[in-house]
Write a new protein. Structure first.
Lengths: 188, 143
């Protein structure tokens, strides 16, 4: 079989997550249960092979916590915003499909950005172009070019935040060269 | 549950009630959105966002009422899975909806994907490989 060997280090986050789910489902975080769960996790990860997730090797907790809090706040804002639009705008709402080029080309970063922006106000991923790492985003209540630019900036700021948490060194340097948080102009 | 002297129970009950009611209101908001929005993709907005927050509030209410430590990891895992799966399902539905043209172009103030799809279709037509019917299958995206 032409499987790429995954190093234990790359696999570790997946194994830890599986053990946490195991413990949560058994409602038992005693050492014995966790050790058995770890054995099950290793077997599952070996038998049901998945392509490895390429992590960058760095994770900034100090930036992750504020990001998570802001994210929760945005989820609340998004829900209220959608409710408001549903009740007061309804059928008259105007939308747009926007192309947003991302800086990073790593699958993990594109996926994470897509997830986060799907849950914050007014945006939903419609299509992903992996070769150019462009997200096509459906924006709710985008009436004019100003709204459009706002949406695009929001997505790119989200990506910048994620890069600062877990991007590679090269991505960080590119971000600094760009003079974050100054925003990048719209492409095309 | 035995009522205690400090009145903590009353406070927890009140907080639980608020969480449950707001959570239910969020689900109501999602339902109103599904009814009121004009096309598939704006409905997906309604189906994803208030619902995630609503579930969070209801799970928090459950956690408060159970008053057991073991329940929190289960609730947290349930919510994380919700966070991970909801955008994916919304994306798949939205993507399928766009490709099968379940949208109202007159309600879009801009559509930057259309040009890309047309260009990819044009390239394929000039290459003469694909029949015209399949042109919107390929927009240069590989899964």
């Amino acid at each position: 079989m032409s499987r790429k060997r995954i190093s234990f280090r790359t696999e570790l986050p997946l194994l830890i997550w599986l053990v946490v789910v195991w413990g949560a489902l058994w409602r038992d975080f005693s050492p014995g249960n966790l050790v058995f769960g770890a054995m099950v996790a290793v077997v599952v990860a070996r038998v049901f092979y998945l392509p490895p997730v390429e992590l960058s090797g760095r994770f900034n907790v100090l930036r992750a916590i504020p990001f998570a809090i802001v994210f929760l706040g945005k989820v609340v804002a998004a829900s209220l915003n959608v409710m408001f639009l549903a009740i007061f705008r309804g059928p008259a709402v105007t939308n747009a499909v926007v192309a947003v080029p991302l800086r990073s080309h790593s699958d993990l970063m594109v996926t994470a950005t897509g997830h986060v922006i799907s849950l914050i106000p007014g945006s939903l991923v419609v299509e992903v172009d992996r070769s150019t790492s462009t997200l096509y985003i459906h924006g709710l209540n985008v009436r004019n070019d100003a709204d459009l630019a706002k949406l695009r900036r929001e997505v790119q700021d989200t990506e910048a935040g994620l890069i600062r948490i877990m991007g590679t060194r090269a991505e960080m340097e590119a971000l600094q060269a760009e003079g974050w948080p100054a925003t990048r102009g719209a492409r095309s | 549950m035995t009522p205690d002297a400090t009145g903590m129970d009353a406070v927890i009950d009140a907080v639980t009630a608020v969480l449950l009611i707001v959570g239910a209101l969020m689900s109501l908001g999602a339902a109103i959105g599904l009814l009121r929005f004009p096309d598939l993709m704006s409905r997906m907005h309604a189906a994803t966002k208030p619902q995630v927050l609503g579930l969070f509030l209801v799970l928090a209410a459950i956690g408060l009422q159970m008053r057991e430590l073991w329940v929190w990891p289960v609730l947290l895992v349930a919510w994380i899975f919700q966070l991970l799966t909801v955008p994916v399902s919304a994306h798949m539905v939205g993507r399928a909806g766009y490709r099968t043209k379940h949208l109202h172009p007159e309600l879009l103030s801009a559509d930057e994907l259309e040009a890309v799809v047309l260009r990819a279709a044009g390239e394929q037509a000039s290459a003469g490989e694909e029949p015209a019917e399949e042109k919107d299958e390929e927009a240069g995206k590989q899964p």
